[in-house]
Each structure stands twice: as C-alpha cells, then as structure tokens.
Ligand binder design. Structure first.
Ligand code: CA
Length: 445
C-alpha cells in the first residue's frame, strides 16, 4: 500500500469509529431492572434522566421512556458542531413527564452558565417532554445553538422558558400554558461579557392562558453586576398562536426583529408592545417588521409602537381590537403610535382594519385618532383596506379567509414571504399573490 492509501484507510477507520462511539442511553423509571449503575441499554436502563445526561457526550442520545420523573436536571456539558448535539428526548411525545412538584429547586431544568459562574452550554436538543409544576422556571437556559421542541410546559410558578443569554437557539412547536409569569422570555445581550442574544427563532408554538404576564418577552436585564445595555438582534417570532394571555409580544431594546405570521387572539392588554423607557434613551426598538399577522379581539391596542424607529407594519389584519376602553381616546386602537415624527421612518401599509363592535378608534397617530381617509391623506395605508375580512368563522375562532375576503391576494409582496408556510402549513403564495394576515386562502376551497 502506498502512503496516500494508508492515510485514507486510517481516516475511514477514525470517521467510522466516531459514529460507532455515538451512544444511546435508555432511561425507564418504570422498569424493574432500572438502576443508575446500569450501562443504560434497552434491557438494562438507567433510572434517572440526570444520570443519562451526565454520561452523554457530544453526539449521544438520551431516550426517556414514558413515566413520571421527579427530577431537577442540571446540564453540565455541551454538544458541539463537529461531534453533534446531545439529544435528550422523550421516546413518545409528551409521555415522559418531568414533574417539579416535589423538587425544591427554583430552576427545574437548568443550563448552568456564565451568569452563575459557569460556562454556557451549547448544542443540546431537548425534545418532546411534558414539564409540569416547576417551582419557578421550567427551563433556565444560557448558551447557543440549543433546540427546544415538541415540549408541553405548564403549571409553572414563574416563566416557563427563560433564555438568560444565548444566540441561534430555536424554540419550536411547543405548547405553553398556565404559567405564573411569562411564556418564552429572553434577556438581552450582556455588554460586559460579550454574550449576545441574537438570531433566536420562536416558531410554531401555541402559547395560551397566561393570566399574569407576557407570552413572548424580549427584555433587558438591568440588575447590578450584569449590565444589559444592548438589546437582542435578528430574533424571529414566526407562526405562533398566542391566545388568551394578559399581553402578547413585548420587546424592548430589540433591533432587526421580525414578527411574522402569528395569530394573536384574545389578549387582555396589548397584542404587540414595542416599549420605550423614558429614563433610558437607548431603549427604543428599531428596524423591525411586523408582517402578516392576524391580530383579533385585543382588549387594549393591537400594536403599541412607542418611540420606535424604522418599524414596518405591513399586511396584518386588525379585527375587533380595543374593546376595553372603546369610549376613551387612549389605549383602544389597532395601532397606537406614540410619538411619531416624519424622521422616524416608520411605515404602515396594506393592513386590513375592521370592527363590528362599535369601536370607532382606528389608529392613534400625531396625538389623535385618525380615520382611514386621514391615514391615506397622510401617506399611510395606500394599499390598506377598511372592510370586513370575511373570516371563515370568527365566532368559532376560525380566522382563515373565506373566498370573498378582500384580504385574498392583497398583501404587499415581500421577498421572504415566498416559499414559506402559513399558520396552517399552506405554502405562500397561493393564487396571484400573498394574502393579508396569517393565513393563505387556497383558491377553489
Ligand atoms: Ca393568495
């Protein structure tokens, strides 16, 4: 054999041994043979998830059988890009239950990270568990490139999922309800340590019945020692259903954000709140898009845009919003824009507005309610619509478009709306063009 051939041969052996070395650890609390001194095979499973997590190396998988696991979980090790993620997965969706009822720790599932004197943990996939009865937080996360999917998180004392710092994390297809505080929440970048909170994706989640606070919350942490002076960037909130919460989406300091394709329904206060703190001039939100959302039955305002710069509100449906204070001149609008100046470079266009409950407040702008014709005269909503969207069945909570809806094919074309899916997994566009709102009508249906 020549030298080159030997080298290739050795490389093949090394590469195949990496995949052979990737382990699967089985955990089965209900098996008679389960024991934490077992090797974690299917016949000799481990008893606790924590033991499996401690054994798992990058590329390994922890498979958890159905049962109730009364455990506090501490993530002590990262996966990595080369060897792969550490996968922690419920063998059957939502049948492995992590129950914090008898766990005293405030952080039930805990990524030990920089704010707690450790190193952040990256490349972990947490998939398919039901997580209940956390004392405060169900998940407390610090790190990058983690994935949280198919989880069912509820009955928490505080926020369900708290991202302290970290970028490129994905929160996908989770159901979150009955929490004591927020649903999914992140804190902004830490300017001291250089840790950022950017490029996270919150997609396909169903967040509902949060009586006390915000469904999706992007907030700066201003506690001593850690100075979070800069907001997250490029975070995406896409195709979520947010229903029956105190507040829908709240952002502060965030830049370059995208809120697209969400159904925001039955919120007591504001659907989307872009907040500005008078005492902190840097706290304004900037350069974001609020696009193709359906925002219905909101108690206060559909969108509050407080001192934001370069925010585009396009292709959204606003339906029966502002019912709580509809007789008053504040906090009862589809869009409450305050203050706004011509230099803010904000835009609203191709939105559909409709109210059949007698609220005549449309959009608050330049210190007063503006009618639809006044908006147009000011240069906004040139492609806007002020008419019934003709949902399929709004009284039954079906906000898809019927064939006679004026929202069909009426959106402003945006490049990134091509070849994406609507809330119902219908590819956009259908027919001649993208529709206004979170749902795409299929012609002939
Ligand atoms: Ca269409």
């Amino acid at each position: 054999m020549n030298k080159k051939f030997v080298l290739i041969f050795v490389l093949v052996i090394i590469l195949s041994s990496i995949s052979i070395l990737a382990q699967t650890y089985f955990v089965d609390v209900n098996s008679d043979s389960a024991n934490d001194s077992n090797p974690g095979t299917i016949n000799l499973p481990l008893k606790t998830i924590q033991r499996a997590i401690d054994l798992a190396l990058p590329g390994d998988t922890v498979l958890v059988m159905p049962g109730v696991y009364s455990e506090h979980l501490l993530i002590k090790r990262s996966g990595n890009k080369e060897a792969g993620e550490i996968v922690i997965k419920s063998f059957e969706k939502n049948r492995a239950v992590i129950d914090g009822g008898n766990v005293p720790n405030k952080k039930l599932i805990y990524w030990h990270g920089k704010s707690d004197g450790g190193e952040n943990k990256d490349y972990i996939i947490f998939d398919g568990f039901e997580v209940v009865n956390a004392k405060v937080w169900a998940f407390w996360i610090q790190g990058d490139y983690n994935v949280f999917k198919n989880l069912k998180v509820h009955e928490t004392g505080g926020t369900a999922v708290q991202l302290i710092t970290g970028s490129h994390n994905k929160f996908i297809n989770n159901e979150i309800f009955n929490t004591g505080w927020n649903g999914i929440s992140w804190e902004s970048n830490n300017s001291k340590s250089g840790i950022r909170t950017d490029y996270n994706i919150i997609q396909g989640n169903y967040i509902h019945d949060l009586k006390y606070h915000v469904a999706v919350n992007g907030f700066p942490n201003e506690k001593g020692g850690y100075s979070f002076k800069y907001g997250g960037k490029n975070n995406v909130i896409r195709n979520n259903i947010i229903k029956d919460c105190l507040e829908g989406i709240y952002l502060r300091y965030e830049k370059d954000f995208l809120i697209v394709g969400n159904l925001i329904e039955g919120i007591n206060e504001n659907g989307i709140f872009l907040h500005y703190d008078e005492s902190d001039k840097a706290s304004y939100v900037a350069n974001g898009m609020i696009v193709n959302n359906t925002i219905v039955n909101i108690g206060f305002n559909g969108v509050v845009n407080s001192n934001a710069q370069d925010v585009k509100i396009l292709n959204n449906i606003f339906y029966n919003n502002g019912y709580t204070y509809k007789e008053k001149l504040y906090y009862s609008y589809n869009i409450y824009w305050y203050p706004i100046t011509s230099s803010d470079n904000n835009m609203m266009n191709a939105n559909l507005y409709y109210d059949n409950q007698g609220n005549t407040n449309l959009v608050f702008l330049y210190d007063s309610n503006k009618s639809f014709s006044e908006l147009k005269a000011l240069g906004f909503e040139q492609k806007g619509i002020n008419a019934n969207p003709y949902f399929v069945s709004p009284q039954e909570g079906d906000f898809k478009l019927s064939y006679k809806s004026p929202a069909v094919d009426a959106a402003i074309y945006l490049k990134y709306n091509e070849n994406i899916y609507d809330l119902d997994f219908v590819k956009r566009p259908q027919g001649k063009n993208i529709d206004i709102g979170a749902y795409e009508y299929i012609p002939g249906k």
